[in-house]
Design a protein around this ligand. Structure first.
Ligand code: PA5
Length: 411
């Protein structure tokens, strides 16, 4: 992972080097003393995965029933590497009857296995979908329905755990200390991805390698970025705009939005509402869309570009069409075009005084996604530390739930 800042930002970082170092020192101390839940669970038990898979009948499709942290990371990884998967994986994270109907119409129940995932074991959307599909399975398979659904939940608490134990159902654990949005590299994401045939070992090894680099002080990118972005947030950059130059990496943005939003949008120790709104734009598509707002709208954004150094493939444009608008394209490759588009957009924003940084991933592989996930976690947790909020709770989501439960008649 490499980072490059705009010139104005480079100057600021240079001035603030000492401060950045000290902050990083404090952070590492904390990391060593306490450790973070997400860094303590970067492994899986292959024997248990094999045994659990062996319980399932032959399947072509895996359906995950889960929402938020129990769904978004898995969706990101699966969609990125879906061409290498040997089974289809779909994620149902909604109560929208139209989407449920669509999923049902594309599902052959005999060829489908389900993974119901909920840390709390109480989330309404997951509970409703789980109950619905249990009934569906019971109607078709009777008692043996139990071999078609695996449950992933807290090892001790929650009604889902109680239901699993009371009925001797097949289950895996989510470590108690691991919060939803930090759990993609645990059973939550790894097991469904394993069922779909994704190379989870490579993802984990990338994650572990990157964490080691951080611990060994060989990569300070997330800290520098966090310090720099926060300095801008304090000067009114209320929006963090992720701008990956690849439609594929839009999924990283969707996953990151939950991580950043739920971790940082809080009331701080002084009682002040804090947080930076994350949004995602995609290059080059959004050069013909929201970029207008970035250039001439309010200057309230920190724009974080993401580039992929080696895209692993390329195409040439060799036909010469002798018109002004076309002929300059002869002899170019699509990589050259997207590079120029990114440079053009970034330089223009820099000239307009918009704060930008460019994060570069070497390539789009499972290892690098493991790395990017850890990078995103550390960037988020460190920003929370600087902001003075707890990145692991989400007290604000309860209010709406209370009203909803009342409407639905839950005690
Ligand atoms: O990050 C979080 O903790 C949340 O977004 C949860 O993942 C989400 O609310 C789903 O919770 P659960 O896994 O308990 O069903």
């Amino acid at each position: 992972m490499k980072i490059e800042f705009s010139k104005a930002l480079e100057k600021m970082i240079d001035k603030d080097k000492e401060n950045c170092r000290n902050m990083r020192g404090e952070f590492l101390l904390k990391l060593n003393v306490e450790g973070f839940p997400f860094s303590r669970h970067l492994s899986f038990d292959e024997d248990i995965y094999k045994e659990t898979k062996a319980i399932l009948p032959y399947y072509k499709k895996v359906v995950v029933l889960g929402i938020g942290g129990s769904a978004l990371g898995t969706r990101m990884i699966y969609r990125l590497f879906k061409s290498k998967a040997d089974k289809e994986l779909i994620i149902l994270d909604t109560t929208d009857p139209m989407i449920i109907e669509e999923a049902l119409s594309e599902m052959i129940i005999e060829d489908t296995v389900f993974v119901s995932i909920s840390k709390s074991g109480a989330t309404m959307e997951t509970a409703a979908l789980t109950i619905y599909f249990i009934e569906h399975l019971q109607n078709v398979f009777g008692e043996v329905w139990k071999n078609r659904m695996i449950f992933i939940t807290d090892p001790l608490s929650g009604d889902l755990r109680r239901y699993v134990e009371d009925n001797s159902l097949h289950s895996l654990h989510i470590p108690t200390e691991l919060g939803g949005r930090y759990s993609v590299l645990s059973n939550v994401g790894l097991f469904p991805l394993y069922l779909a045939g994704i190379d989870i070992k490579a993802i984990l090894s990338g994650a572990r390698r990157y964490l080691k680099k951080i611990k060994d002080d060989k990569d300070i990118t997330p800290f520098t970025l966090a310090g720099c972005n926060l300095a801008h947030y304090l000067k009114g950059k209320n929006i963090l705009a992720l701008f990956p130059y690849s439609g594929k990496m839009k999924l990283w943005g969707e996953w990151f939005i939950q991580l950043w939003g739920e971790s940082l949008g809080k009331i701080d120790r002084k009682g002040i509402n804090v947080g930076q709104t994350p949004i995602v734009a995609v290059g080059p598509t959004d050069q013909h869309s929201i970029i207008q707002l970035f250039t001439q709208g309010p200057n309230d954004k920190f724009v974080l570009f993401l580039d992929i150094e080696n895209r692993g493939t390329d195409q040439d444009i060799s036909l010469d069409l002798p018109y002004n608008s076309f002929s300059y394209l002869k002899g170019k490759t699509f990589s050259q075009l997207i590079d120029a588009e990114l440079k053009g957009t970034r330089e223009n924003l820099d000239q307009l005084g918009v704060a930008t940084a460019l994060l570069t991933m070497e390539e789009l592989t499972e290892e690098r996604i493991g790395e990017l996930i850890i990078f995103s976690y550390i960037f988020t947790v460190y920003t929370a530390q600087l902001l003075g909020v707890d990145p692991f709770d989400q007290p604000g989501v309860e209010g709406g739930k209370k009203i909803m439960f009342k409407l639905l008649g839950r005690e």
